[in-house]
Design a protein around this ligand. Structure first.
Ligand code: COA
Length: 315
């Protein structure tokens, strides 16, 4: 068995929901501008919660829904670029709070908004070498901590949240591709050596990068999987901007209903956006046994990647 499938999802959102009208009280913007340029209506910001607490909540939901013995989880990865602690990693906090076995392979990874698809490919590679059949992959961000709330170009775009999936080694098709190029001007977030305090972005450059790279990612992963677009049930792109996804639909002459969108509710939650979308799709009954999904990430780094993976809920 060298395939992998998703068997459950979980999600967690902070308590504070912020509308576009709320944002217009902080910076010079309007619901009309934000909605027409991005498709975003609301986003959630943490008040008291730490990111790792959101990760724990989403992960617990996914593990409970999977109905598996948590001791059979051999790998726990959290994709994040906004961890509460550099160490202990968010994944280690999840290990403790969920009581996962101490021989679990636990770490955070940062590939910005491509983090979740990078983590899926990493989980696939590692599951092949581990004794245990399950992996827990979480995407978790508290971007409000690194957002400049005086910069209307960026602050209206982002949100906080977490999503999680349980993965199982299985006889199921899995294919992936990934890439990176060092671009430290278009999208930069502060780290320890940085003089900057907040995320900064050249929105137009990121937009151009996104609309050109997503179709390449989708076509490449289809080729690697030996499938056509018609044979795929859903495409789940990183949820950054409605206009980015609409541009991809036009370029690929693809049916719009294949491309799931929930960015209107959460804004851009970076590495959390794809697992949050998967959790909402599951709740909305869109995922059927054997559904073939392509998840596509793109973002800071620049990084990009796509995975073809099946949904197979445990009975
Ligand atoms: N409210 C009102 N006006 C705003 C605004 C806001 N929140 N943010 C920017 N503006 C203004 C700018 O100041 C600029 O004004 P100016 O022309 O007077 O200088 C103008 O709107 C720019 O408008 P426009 O050129 O239409 O912006 P855009 O179409 O490039 O849209 C983004 C801006 C950020 C929405 C768009 O570039 C984008 O989505 N980029 C990708 C960002 C992203 O997804 N990043 C993460 C990827 S992982």
């Amino acid at each position: 068995m060298n395939g992998m499938q998703i068997i459950s999802t979980g999600k967690a959102l902070p308590e504070r929901c912020v509308t576009n009208d709320d944002m217009a009280k902080i910076v010079e913007t309007s619901d009309e501008w934000i909605t027409t340029r991005t498709g975003i209506s609301t986003r959630y910001f943490c008040k008291q919660q730490a990111g790792w607490q959101l990760a724990v909540q989403a992960a617990k939901q996914a593990v409970d829904a999977a109905g598996i013995d948590p001791q059979q989880i051999g790998l726990c990865i959290t994709a994040t670029m906004s961890p509460h602690y550099a160490t202990p990693s968010t994944a280690c906090m999840v290990q403790r709070e969920l009581g996962l076995a101490q021989d679990v392979f636990c770490f955070d990874m940062n590939a910005a908004c491509s983090g979740f698809v990078y983590a899926l490919e990493t989980a696939h590679a590692l599951l092949g070498t581990l004794q245990k059949p399950y992996a827990l992959v979480i995407g978790c961000e508290v971007l409000s901590k690194i957002t400049d709330f005086t910069d209307r170009n960026t602050c209206v775009l982002f949100g906080d949240g977490a999503g999680a999936v349980v993965l199982e080694r299985a006889d199921a098709p899995f294919a992936a591709m990934h890439g990176a190029n060092g671009n430290d001007t278009a999208l930069v977030c502060p780290g320890y050596g940085s003089e900057k305090q907040f995320l900064s972005m050249d929105g137009k450059a990121v937009f151009r990068f996104a609309v050109s790279s997503i179709p390449v990612c989708i076509n490449e992963v289809l080729t690697r999987a030996g499938l056509s677009l018609d044979e795929v049930d859903h495409i789940v792109c990183h949820q950054a901007n409605r206009r980015i996804i609409e541009s991809v639909i036009r370029q690929m002459k693809a049916p719009a209903e294949k491309f799931y969108m929930n960015l209107q509710h959460y804004g851009n939650t970076s590495a959390a956006s794809i697992p949050l979308a998967l959790a909402d799709m599951q709740q909305q009954g869109l995922l059927k046994k054997g559904s073939k999904l392509i998840c596509v990430g793109f973002g800071g780094g620049f990084t990009w990647g796509a995975s073809l993976i099946c949904w197979n809920e445990k009975e």
